[in-house]
Write a protein that binds this ligand. Structure first.
Ligand code: ASP
Length: 342
């Protein structure tokens, strides 16, 4: 019988209204499973563990990701797969981080949550939870997991975790992954897009627990000032900067701006070019406004999401490998997070 571990970290799915303040806050996991009696009807060996103090995912932090991978590592051999219940606000960051921290995955790690608490009649949480469990349990003809990767299941769609971002805080379909096809769609049947699902690794699971968060995002906008840009790039201890650029990876060509970027790179700080466009990619050199970036050594983020870019940087900086190696790995597709031009 399939053995599945449910890991409850918090989020709206398990929240209830505080009688005094009216705000939503996480409550304990036992009450959560009580709300879904359908779980006992699964022909599965379903176990659960809960964070001692469930959190709203806006309080997510690399130290919590480490806690999460510790749970997965400790239980990896015992279970066929994992469902992680998580707030939707930072779910895409967690999914991206887990994809880098869990190398050589051969079992599913599916994150899900909801926009309405599970105790509310119109909740989207029940369907999300039940289908996520079904996907984790799904096997192919050879008896191997159908989705052996880190993914997000939300509102009838399964996405690759490190390709996804939250784009809607009001609708049930809160996530999108415009640069990568959905891995599965749940209708009357669950249709798996097997050509796009990662292969299970045949190597032993490697869990990476060193993350370095000495990074920052420089979000470009017309009129960004020299004074502020200088302050950001010279912030003490910064090891990498995500340059959140326009369109296909473009930035202003003012001398002061390019000089500041070049000085930063010369100091050994990584500048990683990620586009503000949710769909499409960085092509340094396509326009004059990006060819200069290529020349001074800005690293192209290709079609990576901001969430995956930040967590990939945390992961690579945490490896304590030489700068040149970090730069080579940034332009490599490590966990299906970027599409490389052939
Ligand atoms: N604030 C909540 C969280 O991210 C929202 C949600 O769960 O959808 O924890």
């Amino acid at each position: 019988m399939n053995k599945i571990l449910l890991i409850y970290t918090g989020g709206t799915i398990g929240m209830m209204q505080d009688a005094k303040t009216g705000s939503l806050r996480p409550f304990d996991f036992k009450s959560l499973t009580k709300q879904v009696p359908e779980l006992s009807r699964f022909n599965l060996d379903l176990h659960s563990v809960s964070f001692k103090k469930p959190i709203d995912s806006s309080n997510m932090h690399p130290r919590v990701w480490i806690e999460l991978v510790n749970i997965i590592e400790k239980n990896y051999a015992k279970y066929d797969g994992f469902v992680v219940l998580h707030g939707s606000d930072t779910m895409a960051y967690t999914a991206s981080a887990l994809s880098f921290m869990l190398e050589n995955l051969s079992k599913p790690v599916i994150l899900t949550g909801s926009q309405l608490p599970i105790g509310i009649i119109r909740t989207d949480g029940k369907e999300n939870l039940i289908t996520a469990i079904e996907i984790v349990a799904a096997k192919n003809k050879q008896g191997k997991a159908l989705v052996p990767e880190v993914a997000i299941y939300f509102e009838y769609e399964l996405f690759r975790g490190n390709r996804t971002f939250k784009y809607n805080s009001a609708h049930f379909d809160a996530f999108q992954s415009p640069n990568y096809p959905v891995l599965a769609e749940a209708g009357v049947e669950i249709i798996y897009n097997t050509n796009y699902i990662a292969n299970a690794s045949t190597k032993k699971l490697r869990v990476h627990k060193n993350l370095d968060n000495d990074i920052i995002v420089l979000n470009l906008f017309p009129g960004i000032s020299k004074k502020i840009t200088e302050t950001i790039l010279n912030a003490q201890g910064v090891k990498a900067v995500v340059l959140h650029s326009f369109g296909a990876g473009n930035a202003p060509t003012d001398d002061w701006f390019i000089t500041l970027l070049k000085q930063t790179i010369d100091k050994g700080i990584i500048i990683y070019n990620v586009t503000q466009c949710p769909e499409g990619r960085v092509i340094q050199g396509k326009y004059e406004t990006s060819s200069v970036l290529q020349k001074i050594g800005v690293i192209s983020g290709d079609d990576i999401t901001l969430e995956a870019a930040l967590t990939k940087l945390m992961f690579l900086l945490g490896q304590k490998i030489p700068l040149t190696k970090i730069k080579t790995q940034l332009i490599q597709n490590l966990r299906g997070e970027i599409t490389l031009f052939k």
